[in-house]
Write a protein that binds this ligand. Sequence first.
Ligand SMILES: NC(=O)c1ccc[n+]([C@@H]2O[C@H](COP(=O)([O-])OP(=O)(O)OC[C@H]3O[C@@H](n4cnc5c(N)ncnc54)[C@H](OP(=O)(O)O)[C@@H]3O)[C@@H](O)[C@H]2O)c1
Length: 310
Amino acid sequence: MRVVLAGATGTVGSALVPMLVEAGHSVLGLTRSSGGAAKLTAAGATPVLADVLDEDALLGALNGQRADAVLHEATALTRTPMLHRHLHPTNELRDAGTRNLLRAAELVGATRFVTQSFFLGYGYRDHGDRPVTEDSPFARPDGSPFDVHMRSMRSNEDQVFGTPGIEGISLRYGLFYGPEVSTRKLMDLARKRMMPVTDPSGVTSPIHIDDAAAATVAALERGRAGQAYNIADDHPVGFAEYVRAVASAAGAPAPPRVPAWLLRAVPYLHALMVGTRIRLSNEKAKRELDWAPRFPSCHDGLAALAVRKP
Ligand SMILES: NC(=O)c1ccc[n+]([C@@H]2O[C@H](COP(=O)([O-])OP(=O)(O)OC[C@H]3O[C@@H](n4cnc5c(N)ncnc54)[C@H](OP(=O)(O)O)[C@@H]3O)[C@@H](O)[C@H]2O)c1
């Protein structure tokens, strides 16, 4: 297939471009910078310079191109979100960015559209011990400060599933880790003993970035139109256990323990690390996409990272 990839230079995109090329697809990779364009050329993609939030510029840059599919992997999370407002640029990419990319799909004749979504669209709360499947309510505002994020995730999926002539697929990724920026930052903090574990802590559902990229190729090729897929590994973990595993992979001392209430000053992080307990089911992705994580648990994936280090 010929695919337009938004977010081609980002965390998922950087892992995805070589996998797409290896699988025989050709990639038109969007980026806003000449540095991004050089990186894409080196990875075997054709760079297209455009800002997805500028509809005219995006359509102008793609004018005359043909493609079979659009992949929307653009986020604005270079800075780890700690406050709600840190997510606003990403929300805009899920709302206006999706709208513009659907127009781009129409322009280039693409009929498949795979979008990036996020497992915490199920809600930043305690989901209990049962695995959360794709049938659970997703991106439902409930009067909390998270509503603004829920609305953008709702908008993203509604647009992708509701556009006539488009086979829309949404990937609800778990928490990314691997050879990528947020894991590196956590490792650096752990080495400086600045990454605490909270007591009590929440439960999260990680996914190695290479497994997320492999699932994305599988969804492009085999995903059913109108479907959402949870993309997580086989073993949800306590957030404290996750942080300890990151510290161990970094060769850092055991992280200090702090009472959970101390994180209340950083509301988004408190919700992520303490208030949310979520065990994502990946059964549907395994069944329908013929995909399975190469790293079944973050302990495997983080140990592999430790081995890669010089
Ligand atoms: N599920 C998860 O846990 C999850 C999901 C997403 C991100 N994250 C984390 O967030 C951190 C940053 O992720 P990241 O590298 O993907 O994010 P990023 O640095 O924000 O970049 C994301 C990608 O989106 C593109 N992009 C952003 N705004 C754009 C716009 N207006 N027009 C066109 N392209 C645009 C960027 O392209 P150019 O800059 O080349 O233009 C880049 O390719 C990582 O540590 C990652 O793990 C986590």
